[in-house]
Design a protein around this ligand. Structure first.
Ligand code: FAD
Length: 598
């Protein structure tokens, strides 16, 4: 059986020592009183909920899966899920970072980020039920009418109701411009929706008394393509003006998908038959409104893989210290045993350190982004709000794709540490791999993320936001470049920073002549950008550790941080050279291959 120990010390290190979040929160009036003690106390309680309440349901939920009653169209989540959700609502966790105007606790997103990381480690499938609600809350908060906010937000904030995002249809996932679901205006100002959606996470379940579906559909005479899509709020039960539940609405689950992982989360085929909905945002501008939810979900999906990376690492580490097999190449280490623990073998250490580095780099980046979100939403200075938003937009596809690609690699490596025992169910490692796989696919595949990063976020604004990130790197290089002990971290980072400018210009120039060049380079490009960002945070983490050690702090925690940073720069970061090389190989070797692919 796997175990999970919330990494509170690592979270506190990132928040308090690397990012100094409390100093930054002081600049935001609504968060000015959120001090380190509050953060640590909430983290500790969140860790208990994750480890004690939902982690024990992870394997049983995976084995049992969800059940659909085909006559009532009701879905039952695995045993214990409903009770755990009741505890989540009772504990006020749903409301943590929501607006106090709607019953929220108004705590910063950066704190919510860490709570979600722990819940994802403990049970990704369970965490998706409240996770999607949070995205629906954000979309309605940003684009809902006063009436919609009054009816839906307090219940989404408290967690009494959950939310979904209904985009995908059988013939369109990436290309939402082709979607066919229809919405017809009614005399009373509502809309009647008809159509079919597939793959809707948490589309139907028994955890909450109502579900607020955010549905993309077309109005009559809407322009073709993505400019003719509108967004609607469609509750499972119609809601009366006083907020109480009315009749059952015409949106129901027609089938459950049988899938590779996240068995305990209901992935539903949803049928809309004259379902009553109300318009969210402007007609034909549904994608813009939905983007609030999609961006929240992209950060959330990156966080899912961060959680899985951490829990897989923890279990592989315990196993590697316990499992004895063969002797160390450099001489016997455990003389009292018949063989040495496998952690003595260099490649086992490499697999463990890869997962550890991906977790630590991912956590620093995810917390940094959550802090940007707090600044974007509530910082008093408009310039800071705007710049935070731009930086977050740049980093969102990196979080989504880099963290989920890394998460899959890390869970596979941690499974590998178990040898054959990782492949059988008993140790729980194969579940982490299966669960991690979806994170690279949904919420826009990782290829689509790379096109968003390179095509839209970088070349689309002539690299302006990337240059701003480059400035952060440049500042760190300038500050730390004089410190000899930092050279092993700063030199490769500075080198990649320089290379990145050239590399981007080159890809942009080739893409200008032939757009397939962008498509051919994008996935490699995103990984290089991911390493630039990770390299920046690893250098910052190393700098904090070195300062503590220089000041006489003997806590091995700081030496461990240095060792991980060293490993990262020596063994993972150099991947950037081969990635730039393969990106430069261009599109011809892909596109002039009709015979090979005949
Ligand atoms: C378990 C699960 C849960 C999900 N939850 C939800 C949910 O809650 N709500 C929801 O609306 N949807 C959900 N989805 C749908 C998910 O977001 C889509 O599956 C995903 O966006 C990809 O769409 P698709 O499956 O239609 O693949 P396609 O769009 O058909 O893509 C197939 C392949 O082509 C590639 N491709 C497509 N276009 C391009 C391009 N321009 N350039 C390069 N490559 C391209 C893709 O990267 C992919 O590799 C879920 C899916 C699953 C499996």
């Amino acid at each position: 059986m796997p175990s999970y120990n919330p990494p509170l010390r690592d979270m506190q290190f990132v928040m308090h020592e690397v990012l100094n979040v409390t100093e930054q929160l002081k600049q935001i009036p609504r968060h000015a009183d959120t001090d380190a003690d509050t953060i640590n106390a909430v983290l500790e309680e969140g860790g208990k909920f994750a480890a004690n309440v939902i982690f024990p349901l992870n394997i049983s939920g995976d084995t049992e899966g969800c059940k659909l009653d085909k006559t009532t169209h009701e879905v039952t989540a695995p045993k214990g899920f409903k009770e755990a959700y009741a505890q989540y609502v009772e504990g006020g966790w749903a409301a943590l970072s929501c607006d106090p105007d709607y019953g929220g606790q108004g705590l910063p997103f950066v704190l919510n980020q860490c709570i979600y990381e722990m819940m994802n480690s403990a049970n990704q499938a369970w965490t998706m039920y409240p996770g999607l609600s949070h995205g629906a809350y954000e979309a309605l908060h940003a684009h809902g009418t006063d009436e919609q906010k009054k009816l839906y937000l307090p219940k989404l904030v408290s967690g009494e109701w959950t939310g979904t995002m209904c985009l995908t249809e059988p013939h369109c996932g990436t290309d939402l411009g082709m979607l066919r679901s229809k919405a017809e205006p009614q005399a009373d100002g509502t809309y009647k929706l008809n159509g079919a959606k597939i793959f809707i996470s948490a589309g139907e379940h028994d955890l909450a008394e109502n579900i607020v579906h955010l549905v993309l559909a077309r109005l009559p005479d809407a322009p073709k393509g993505s400019k003719g899509i509108s967004l609607f709020a469609v509750p499972k039960y119609n809601v009366k003006a006083d907020g109480s539940l009315g009749t059952r609405n015409g949106i129901y689950c027609g089938g459950l998908e049988h899938k590779m992982g996240i068995h305990a989360n209901s992935t539903c085929q949803m049928i809309l038959e004259n379902a009553v909905g109300t318009l969210v945002g402007q007609p034909n501008k549904g994608l813009q409104a939905m983007f609030v939810m999609m961006n929240a979900a992209r950060l959330g999906v990156g966080n899912q893989s961060l959680g899985l990376t951490e829990v897989a690492y923890q279990n592989a580490l315990i196993y590697a210290k316990d499992r004895i097999q063969m002797r160390s190449l450099s001489g016997v280490k455990a003389k009292d045993k018949d063989a040495d623990p496998i952690i003595v073998h260099p490649d086992v250490r490499k697999m463990l350190l890869t997962a550890k580095a991906y977790a630590e780099g991912g956590r620093a980046l995810a917390c940094y982004c959550a802090m940007l979100l707090d600044q974007h939403l509530y910082h008093p200075d408009e310039k800071v709000r705007k710049e935070s938003d731009e930086m977050l937009a740049l980093l969102t596809p990196i979080i989504k794709a880099f963290l989920t690609d890394n998460g899959f690699e890390a869970t596979v490596m941690c499974q590998q540490v178990f040898g054959g025992h990782g492949y059988i169910k008993e140790w729980g490692m194969e579940q982490f791999v299966r669960d991690a796989r979806i994170n690279m696919i949904y919420e826009g595949t990782n290829t689509v993320q790379s096109l968003d990063l390179l095509g839209r976020k970088i070349l689309g604004n002539n690299g302006a936001t990337l240059k701003k990130f480059g400035k952060l790197v440049g500042k760190l290089v300038e500050e730390e470049g004089v410190n000899e002990k930092m050279a092993e971290f700063i030199n490769p980072l500075a080198y990649l920073g320089d290379q990145m400018t050239k590399f981007t210009t080159e890809v942009g120039f080739k893409g200008f002549q032939n757009p397939d060049e962008v498509g051919a380079a994008a996935v490699d490009y995103l990984r290089v950008a991911g390493h630039l960002v990770f390299g920046y945070f690893f250098a910052r983490m190393a700098s904090v550790a070195l300062k503590e050690i220089a000041a006489g702090n003997t806590d091995p925690f700081y030496q461990a941080k240095l060792q991980t940073a060293r490993f990262y720069f020596a063994k993972l970061f150099p991947e950037t050279a081969s990635l730039m090389r393969t990106a430069r190989a261009g599109s011809k070797v892909l596109m002039d291959t009709d015979l090979a692919l005949a």
